[in-house]
Design a protein around this ligand. Structure first.
Ligand code: SAH
Ligand code: SF4
Length: 359
């Protein structure tokens, strides 16, 4: 028998196709989306507006199954980090960041990453596998419904493990479910795809979905960027900046791209670097998110002093750029990208560790 399809990862469009194939009316797709993503129901037998025959038919060809929460870690400042096990056994992580007026979920799009940025714990682990769309949306489902979580997620960022634009189709399909009114109904401003600069897919993106875009730039000249973000050798800064301009031009309404810039002591944090960055971004509508490097075992990089970080930010602002400093949250549970999975083998000691049985 062929493997059952996991309907958790299907957008409205895909579900409509699925029901048509089953010779059922299309409107069933809307009902199913609501059951899964608004009511959190995974069992066909609890879906009361489906008759017995339909429920039986569905169970024989399909299932609805999120990935499993393996462990949960809560930091003092409230960030919750989940270690999640995929069906294959691979581990990924997601992070919930509660704030006053929002609750942000950071999702993974791949287990590991092939791109080997020198400052990144996920990159250091190498590439394991792409996530299926149900494993990506499954993270949002878990964050909303696991243990009857009462506060729903308001924002999603693709800033966990992996390069989202190298798992393009699954990322688009899951983002469609996030936006869909009959499921999570998140607006484009509340979903951010972060990329290290996969130029052909940045060019494709606006034609497939309208979400917010963040570019992990980290350096304003090719020589340095080639070194710390090696994918730059394939898609150099000039082509990346052009793709950002084309992206912005595609939309009629004015919008910003977020430029992410990690500050690493003695590597990319001088005023000269800030000056080059200012020139590079002079005619791009953007805001810059400065992220102090978050250290992890095995890395020789350091976070710059607060003075240096402040001076870098001040310089950008003096040139009229919008720059914000990301407050690093969740350090206590290694909440920066990829660090938890990286630590699994070296055991996690002294953390606020809550261990759950697999659900
Ligand atoms: N692959 C995508 C998305 C995942 S990384 C990308 O590179 O954009 C998400 C963000 O976390 C990126 O901006 C990345 O540069 C940042 N990041 C990775 N390692 C980090 C570290 N050690 N300290 C601080 N930020 C880090
Ligand atoms: Fe991959 Fe992003 Fe980490 Fe680079 S920063 S290795 S692209 S996850």
């Amino acid at each position: 028998m062929s493997e059952k399809i996991n309907l958790l990862g299907c957008s409205l469009e895909s579900l409509e196709g699925f029901f048509i194939n089953l010779q059922e009316p299309k409107f069933r797709a809307k009902q199913l989306l609501k059951w899964i993503h608004q009511k959190g129901v995974l069992d066909f037998d609890l879906m009361t507006d489906f008759n017995k025959d339909l429920r039986k038919k569905l169970s024989s060809v399909a299932l609805i199954e999120p990935p499993k929460i393996y462990q949960e870690y809560i930091s003092e400042e409230g960030t919750i980090k989940y270690l999640i096990q995929l069906r294959s056994g691979s581990m990924i992580e997601m992070v919930v960041i509660p704030e006053k007026n929002r609750r942000t979920l950071c999702v993974s799009s791949q287990a590991g990453c092939a791109l080997q940025c020198t400052f990144c714990a996920t990159g250091a682990q190498g590439f394991d596998q792409n996530l299926e769309s149900h494993e990506i949306i499954g993270q949002l489902w878990l964050a909303n419904f696991y243990k009857n979580n009462s506060k729903p997620i308001t924002n999603v960022v693709f800033m966990g493990m992996g390069e989202p634009l190298l798992n393009y189709d699954a990322v688009i399909e899951s983002a469609k479910i996030m936006k869909e009114q009959l499921s999570y109904g998140l607006s484009r401003k509340r979903i951010t795809i972060s990329t290290s600069g996969i130029v052909p897919n940045i060019n494709k993106l606006p034609k497939d979905i309208d979400v917010s875009l963040a570019i992990s730039l980290h350096a304003a000249e090719d020589k340095l960027r080639n070194e710390i973000v090696p994918i730059n050798n394939k898609y150099p800064i000039k082509s990346l900046i052009q793709s950002c301009k084309d992206y912005l031009d595609y939309f009629e309404n004015k919008r910003n791209i977020t430029i992410e810039y990690i500050l690493i002591d003695g590597v990319n944090d001088s005023i000269e670097h800030a000056s080059k960055l200012t020139k590079l971004l002079s005619d791009i509508s953007c805001k810059i998110n400065l992220i102090p490097f978050n250290s992890f075992p095995g890395s020789n990089y350091k976070r710059p002093s607060n003075n240096k970080i402040g001076a870098f930010k001040k310089y950008l602002m003096s040139k009229g750029l919008i720059a914000t400093l990301r407050v690093t949250r969740g350090d206590g549970v290694d909440a920066a990208c990829g660090q938890l999975v990286g630590n699994l083998s070296s055991s996690i000691k002294g953390k606020n560790l809550i261990t759950h049985k697999l659900i």
